[in-house]
Structures are given as structure tokens and as C-alpha cells.
Design a protein around this ligand. Structure first.
Ligand SMILES: [Mg+2]
Length: 272
């Protein structure tokens, strides 16, 4: 069965750091030529979609910024549905805050005053005073949200601390729980399906991360393909409770295959 839409993770699937995964550009051209709706679907909320579009452009992938769907969108849409025009004390990058504002939300620079929640995204700088304000607001009963649960993000300089670890620190200090909207949360795949205008069950998920990409696909009951071009090795699959339908070395494998051969069933891992 041909997928109604495809969700493609980026890091480890389309590129590694700033380098194209060979064949990824050909797959994207194919999806465009065959008019198969797709979204780049990333948990990383560091950059605004326009910045991701520029990054993709540099490696030969030409798409609109609207083709890029990050956990920032899933977070913004979920928060806007709970608190239209809400005011959120946000710790995150400029790109993350911009997405929240584009969804009609107010972004407070500190934890004082009336706020509807504390929101944590990716950070490259930490301010101890602001973290304490976040903890105090959450301790006082303000809900705590995180864009994604990723603890570490691989980079050329070694791993860097992800949103999940920072939000986890605030949650631990406040003795509260944090609600994440990025993969593997169902909010992410449901809002991505809505963006594409297709039913969630018609989606195919392609990713390199068992705990996020594949876990989300399994939770939603949709087929998934794991690529070994990123952070997962073959031996990790046996140990994981989240099994993909198919495992391939990289998306180069999907450049020319008839799409009807893409997986339609759940539970039987196919290699190659
Ligand atoms: Mg990835």
C-alpha cells in the first residue's frame, strides 16, 4: 500500500551534522515528483523552520519551510489548544520562541507575574537564576512542559545536553512531572498528520532512533522504517522494546523501490 504521507526524521536520516546522507536528496525528489506528502519531523527545537530549510538547501534538498515540522510545532499547537493566547515562561532558543509566538502565544522572559506554564526547549546557554524561577513557578503549581524528552543530542564535539535533561532537572527540583510533546508522544504524530491533511493511520515513519521515531510509530500503530545511518546499530534493535517493520542501511535504499513494497504490517522486522 502506498503511504498517504511520510514523516522523515532529519538528523541521522537525511544528514549527519552538516553532511548529506548519500541518496537522501534523490528520495526527497522522488516524493516530490510522485506527489507523496511528506514532512521532515524532528524533535530538535533549536532552530526555526527557516533555518532548517537553509541547512537543507546547502546539502541540495530544496523544500519550503512548511515542510519542516519540529517538536516546537507540536508544543505550540498543544499549548495553544489548552490556553489560546496563553503566556508561557519559556527557556529556549530564539527559533523556539518564534514558533510559539507564531501560534499566538506570549513568551514571558521570566517566571514572575501571571503565567500559564513553564516551557523548556533546547538551550545553548543556562541561566541559574531563570532555572530557579522556573522551579519556583512549578513548585507553586504552574504546569511544566518540555518540547521533547531527548536527554542527549549527538554533535561533532560529542554529546550535548538536550531538552529532556534540562526539563528533567526542573521537574526533579520542583517535585513535579513534565509533559513532553515531541516524539514519541502521540501529540507529535497526530499534529504532523493534521499538518499534512491525512489520517494518522496512513503515515509511514522513517527514523534512526528506536526510542523516539520507532516508539512513536508503534504507539500510533503505523509502519516504520529504521535507518542504520544514524545513532542505532543492528544490535540495539534486539534489545529494544520498539521494533521497526523494516531496517535499512540508509534512505538510499528507498530511492527507486516501488512504494507499494513499503511495509503495511506491524511486527515482522524485515532486513534490507
Ligand atoms: Mg534522528
Amino acid at each position: 500500500m502506498r503511504p498517504a504521507g511520510v514523516l522523515l526524521d532529519m538528523d541521522g536520516v537525511i544528514y549527519r551534522d552538516d553532511e548529506l546522507v548519500p541518496g537522501a536528496d534523490a528520495l526527497i525528489r522522488r516524493l516530490q515528483e510522485e506527489h507523496i506528502p511528506f514532512l521532515f519531523c524532528t524533535n530538535n527545537t533549536e532552530k526555526h523552520p527557516t533555518e532548517y530549510r537553509s541547512k537543507l538547501e546547502k546539502i541540495g534538498i530544496h523544500v519550503d519551510a512548511s515542510s519542516i515540522y519540529s517538536a516546537a510545532h507540536a508544543t505550540a499547537e498543544a499549548l495553544a489548544s489548552r490556553h489560546a493566547q496563553g503566556n508561557f515562561f519559556t527557556l529556549g532558543t530564539a527559533g523556539f520562541k518564534r514558533v510559539l509566538r507564531e501560534h499566538g502565544l506570549d513568551v514571558a522572559a521570566d517566571g514572575h507575574g501571571s503565567i500559564d506554564g513553564v516551557v523548556i526547549g533546547e538551550l545553548r546557554q543556562l541561566d541559574y537564576g531563570l532555572l530557579c524561577q522556573a522551579v519556583n513557578a512549578v513548585t507553586a503549581g504552574t504546569p511544566l512542559y518540555g518540547s521533547n524528552p531527548d536527554i542527549l543530542i549527538p554533535s561533532q564535539e560529542g554529546s550535548i545536553i538536550g531538552c529532556g535533561a534540562i526539563a528533567g532537572m526542573v521537574a526533579k527540583a520542583a517535585g513535579a512531572a513534565v509533559h513532553f510533546f515531541g516524539k514519541p508522544a502521540l501529540e507529535m504524530i497526530e499534529s504532523a498528520a493534521a499538518r499534512l491533511g491525512v489520517h494518522c493511520e496512513g503515515l509511514l515513519v522513517i527514523g534512526d532512533n528506536l526510542q523516539t521515531d520507532i516508539a512513536m510509530a508503534r504507539a500510533a500503530g503505523v509502519p516504520s522504517i529504521l535507518t542504520l545511518s544514524g545513532l542505532t546499530e543492528q544490535r540495539d534493535i534486539e534489545r529494544s522494546p520498539y521494533k521497526p517493520d523494516r531496517v535499512i542501511d540508509s534512505v538510499a535504499k528507498l530511492r527507486e523501490e516501488p512504494l507499494e513494497y513499503w511495509p503495511t504490517g506491524i511486527g515482522n522486522v524485515r532486513l534490507g
